[in-house]
Design a protein around this ligand. Structure first.
Ligand code: IPE
Ligand code: IPE
Ligand code: MG
Length: 264
């Protein structure tokens, strides 16, 4: 897609978020409440991923980005890390046909090397296989960190412009960020009750609406997603402007679509 930035231009406000980014948190606590091992929660969490992906297609969301494993999750017990890696590999092996049949384009962002060559290859194959699909772009962030993303992007940008040492622009950086193909998220959701970003999309969340819910990820469902979207529609997305300016834009037939109530 062409370059767009919430800090340079005012994005169009739509009734249905174009891009939803989710921190899927609370699997461990869900399992603990049931006296099950933490990994049972991760297994159940995969089912929620299926339900939410389907729901996003049905609602016309164009991009869904899911935080599956952070660059800090390596600090967990080796057994849990190994199980998460296994679940990821199995999903890459078993879900791709179905994703493809539903018109979903899969992207994986993050440094996959530490997961091993097999995952690197499976992810690349899945991306190629589904690359022409248009219904939804589903991005899985695995061994992803917002700081990692910004550093790798700056490093690659600097290499790309060897004769420039200052005055870099957002437009120059944008193509090197991991999510360069997607607009910035409109709506961020974190399940599990914590109100923090945990090194997820640091650059891209600049003007994203942040929704936090105590619901644990395995209990999250399409109805809960609809509640988050309802909440999103009530937000006044000012992008630095005043409420009066927004009202004037609406009155004189501004570019914003009707339906994003407070905005359009
Ligand atoms: C999120 O659930 C899944 C991953 C981080 C991979 P958690 O495993 O963090 O669950 P809680 O936060 O311990 O309940
Ligand atoms: C964030 O959840 C990472 C993922 C959901 C993949 P964590 O459970 O790792 O976050 P913290 O440790 O509570 O901040
Ligand atoms: Mg957690």
């Amino acid at each position: 897609m062409s370059f767009s930035s919430s800090t340079r231009d005012v994005p169009q406000a739509l009734a249905v978020p174009r891009h939803i980014a989710i921190i899927m948190d609370g699997n461990g606590r869900w399992a603990k409440k049931r006296f099950l091992p933490r990994v049972a929660g991760h297994g159940r969490g995969v089912e929620t991923v299926r339900e939410i992906t389907r729901a996003c297609v049905e609602r016309g969301v164009a991009y869904l980005t899911l935080f599956a494993f952070s660059s800090e999750n390596w600090r967990r017990p080796a057994e849990e890390v190994s199980r998460l890696r296994q679940l990821f590999l199995r999903a890459l092996e078993q879900e791709i046909e179905k994703l493809n049949a539903n018109g979903i384009c899969l992207r994986v962002v993050g440094d996959l090397q530490p997961f091993g060559q097999k995952i690197v290859e499976m992810a690349a194959r899945a991306e190629t296989f589904t690359s022409a699909n248009k219904a939804l772009t589903l991005t899985i962030a695995a061994n992803y960190g917002g700081r990692w993303d910004m550093l790798q992007a700056v490093s690659r940008m600097v290499r790309r412009f060897p004769n420039q040492s200052e005055g870099f622009t957002e437009e120059q950086l944008a193509p090197f960020l991991a999510l360069s193909y997607a607009p910035e998220p409109d709506l961020f959701i974190r399940t599990g009750g914590e109100q923090r970003i945990s090194n997820f999309l640091l650059w891209q969340l600049a003007y994203t609406e942040l929704f936090f819910t105590p619901t644990l990820w395995p209990d999250f469902n399409a109805a809960a997603l609809d509640q988050a979207i309802e909440w999103y529609r009530e937000r006044e997305r000012r992008f630095g402007r005043t409420s009066d300016q927004l009202a004037a834009t609406a009155e004189f037939g501004g570019t914003e679509e009707k339906g994003a109530r407070k905005v359009g």
